[in-house]
Design a protein around this ligand. Structure first.
Ligand SMILES: C[S@@+](CC[C@H](N)C(=O)[O-])C[C@H]1O[C@@H](n2cnc3c(N)ncnc32)[C@H](O)[C@@H]1O
Length: 221
């Protein structure tokens, strides 16, 4: 059986992208925080800072990408939805699993046109673009017409929107659908209401994974 994720081409591109992210992100994120503190009362997501966020990768770490690959290989989903494509690092892991399953699709939402172009180019360079549809714009708009059922929802956009987006997409989730929320240890306060919701056993059975910056994997009851 093929293992696209371990193939030399995919490994080499992921290694280059992770290195670039490690080199660039700390300075970019620091300048975002400085600008936010100086001019926007600490509000990092002010529209005037978009040009800086466009440069930040903020990728899943390798082990979270590997978790996505493992879950998708074993679950064999028909439809995966991702919020937050960025430069396509998580999408490469997901598309590698879909390629090895030889079925399924990823619909991924990203605000930044620059990131969408870069992610598309990265996927194309690996021949993985046929598994992925990237929708540019605000996920609240671009994903509202997604036809279900959604087998896996991967939330990796701005943290305040996890719960509102989950509620919008929830009618498309069936029993057994997985919802994966990234960065739970990094933003415990901003994700508190989301975590309370998915940890309510009437809604989901959920597990808190201590990998990367924290990942919550929840299965719809
Ligand atoms: C943490 S990064 C995603 C990293 C990506 N999953 C990866 O592993 O490479 C978050 C991304 O979400 C995007 N984003 C935030 N809110 C969004 C929204 N409402 N709709 C679409 N994209 C959004 C940001 O532009 C940013 O690129």
């Amino acid at each position: 059986m093929p293992n696209t994720l371990a193939s030399p081409r995919v490994s080499a591109l992921l290694s280059r992208l992770f290195t670039e992210a490690d080199e660039k992100d700390p300075a970019v994120l620091l300048s975002i925080q400085k600008e936010a503190d100086a001019n926007f009362a600490g509000q990092r997501y002010h529209p005037s800072l978009t040009h800086l966020f466009d440069q930040a990768f903020m990728p899943v770490p390798p082990e979270v990408g590997q978790l996505l690959y493992v879950l998708i290989r074993s679950r064999r989903p028909a439809t995966i939805v991702e919020v937050g494509t960025s430069y396509g690092i998580s999408a490469i892991h997901i598309a590698s699993a879909l390629n090895d399953n030889a079925e399924g699709r990823l619909i991924s939402a990203e605000l930044s046109a620059r990131k969408v172009a870069a992610a598309r180019a990265n996927l194309q360079s690996l021949g993985l673009d046929r598994w992925v549809e990237i929708r540019q714009g605000d996920a609240f708009e671009t994903l509202k017409s997604v036809e279900g059922p959604i087998d896996i929802l991967f939330l990796d956009g701005w943290k305040d929107f996890y719960l509102p987006l989950l509620k919008i997409l929830e009618p498309q989730l069936g029993p057994g659908s997985l919802v994966i929320g990234d960065d739970t240890k990094l933003f415990p306060e901003r994700l508190a209401s989301y975590l309370a919701y998915v940890r309510n056993p009437a809604n989901y059975q959920s597990v808190d994974l201590n990998i990367g910056d924290g990942v919550e994997v929840s299965v719809k009851i």
